[in-house]
Design a protein around this ligand. Structure first.
Ligand SMILES: Nc1ncnc2c1ncn2[C@@H]1O[C@H](COP(=O)(O)OP(=O)(O)OP(=O)(O)O)[C@@H](O)[C@H]1O
Length: 349
């Protein structure tokens, strides 16, 4: 088997449970299925099935929404006209940046300002077919409310008859997962810088009572100067302090023991996932990786971590503190940012 097929298989294993469930639903319902579109549809436009073509056809955008903006509110107070609703016609479409399970992402240029950004295009019919409306709305709400240098910004969203569009910050170097596969594992200097940035992002999210719930290298994008940004808030949730969650979600290698045991959990599941990520950045593969889901679960539940001899004492210490079986014993994000492994490597970033 060539290395690219191996990579694809590995990638398949790492799909979020959300995607697996959606695909399973698709198989069980023997698609194409008839969807009770009217009842479930959150959109005002009609719900014709989406096109799978490679280009985006410019259907009339009569149902566009406006980018939420303070200017809109204050504009009204000052009697200034609010910004024009966005539509696909406002953009020149550039190269395709990638393809997710539920959409394609393009590099686009805003015609009026020349601003370059990433545009994620999703078919409404698919969102409805996989019953993702609620999740999609939550993702947009959460991501719109965020402002942190290590979180991908969502500038706005609009829709037309067939599709929804998310206008995002463009991260030129793509997924950390691809870099890890092509140039990883990373040395302590590079890995510590990545871990610091994600700890900072998680600290911000947790302060806002948001749990990401799907941290993994596929959901981290790389921008200029090795700045990395957490993306994909499809599984994120606002979780008021003291409230515990039970939904099993995430990606198998990154699941925490409390999630696997269907116990209540909180933002400490992200702390566990950061432990798995740190290990994967340093070693090249996640700590509990096995051929089957069952074996992986077994190793997670036994907290069976094996470190190669080459791994430094400092990073071993940090990973062990992140991967504590008992969530309440896991290290805080603020302490991660002050950990000796980080401090020792910081001067070389
Ligand atoms: N803001 C962005 N800047 C640059 N490239 C991006 C951006 N967002 C996504 N991409 C690229 O497009 C690809 C697809 O992204 P998308 O968010 O649709 O899917 P995904 O995260 O891989 O999967 P899914 O959300 O379906 O689980 C990504 O793998 C990435 O390479």
């Amino acid at each position: 088997m060539d290395s690219s097929s191996k990579w694809e298989i590995q990638r398949g294993r790492r799909e979020s449970l959300q995607q697996r469930n959606a695909l399973l639903t698709m198989r069980l319902t023997n698609s194409p299925q008839k969807t009770n579109v009217k009842k479930r549809a959150p959109w005002r436009g009609s719900m014709n099935s989406g096109s799978n073509g490679k280009t985006i056809s410019r259907t009339p955008t009569t149902t566009t929404t406006r980018i939420p903006s303070p200017a809109k509110k204050y504009g009204r107070m000052l009697n200034v006209s609010p910004p024009k609703p966005l539509s696909l016609d406002d953009f020149e479409i550039g190269k395709k940046l990638g393809k997710g399970k539920f959409g394609k992402v393009y590099c686009v240029r805003h015609k009026e300002t020349g601003f370059i950004c990433a545009l994620k295009v999703m078919d409404k019919a698919e969102i409805v077919q996989y019953n993702l409306q609620k999740q999609f709305r939550r993702e947009v709400e959460i991501q719109t409310s965020l402002n942190h240098p290590n979180l991908t910004k969502l500038y706005g969203h609009f829709h037309d008859e067939k599709r929804v569009y998310l206008l995002m910050e463009y991260l030129v170097y793509g997924e950390l997962y691809k870099l890890l596969r092509s140039h990883g594992p990373f040395n302590d200097v590079i890995a510590s810088r990545f871990v610091f940035q994600i700890a900072d992002a998680l600290n911000y999210l947790h302060d806002k009572q948001i749990i990401h719930r799907d941290l993994k290298p596929e959901n981290i994008l790389i921008g200029f100067n090795n700045v990395i940004k957490l993306t994909d808030f499809g599984w994120s949730i606002i979780n008021p302090r003291g409230v515990k969650r039970k939904t099993l979600c995430g990606t198998i290698d990154y699941l925490s023991p409390e999630m696997i045991r269907s116990r209540e959990y909180d933002d400490k599941v992200d702390v566990w996932a950061l432990g798995v990520l740190t290990y994967e950045l340093i070693v090249g593969s996640p700590p509990f990786e096995e051929d089957t889901k069952e074996l992986t679960y077994k190793r997670i539940l036994k907290n069976d971590i094996k470190f190669p001899e080459t791994v430094s004492h400092d990073v071993k210490d940090l990973i062990s503190k992140l991967l504590k079986y008992n969530p309440s014993e896991r290290i805080s994000m603020r302490d991660v940012m002050k950990h000796p492994w980080i401090i020792r490597n910081k001067p070389f970033w």
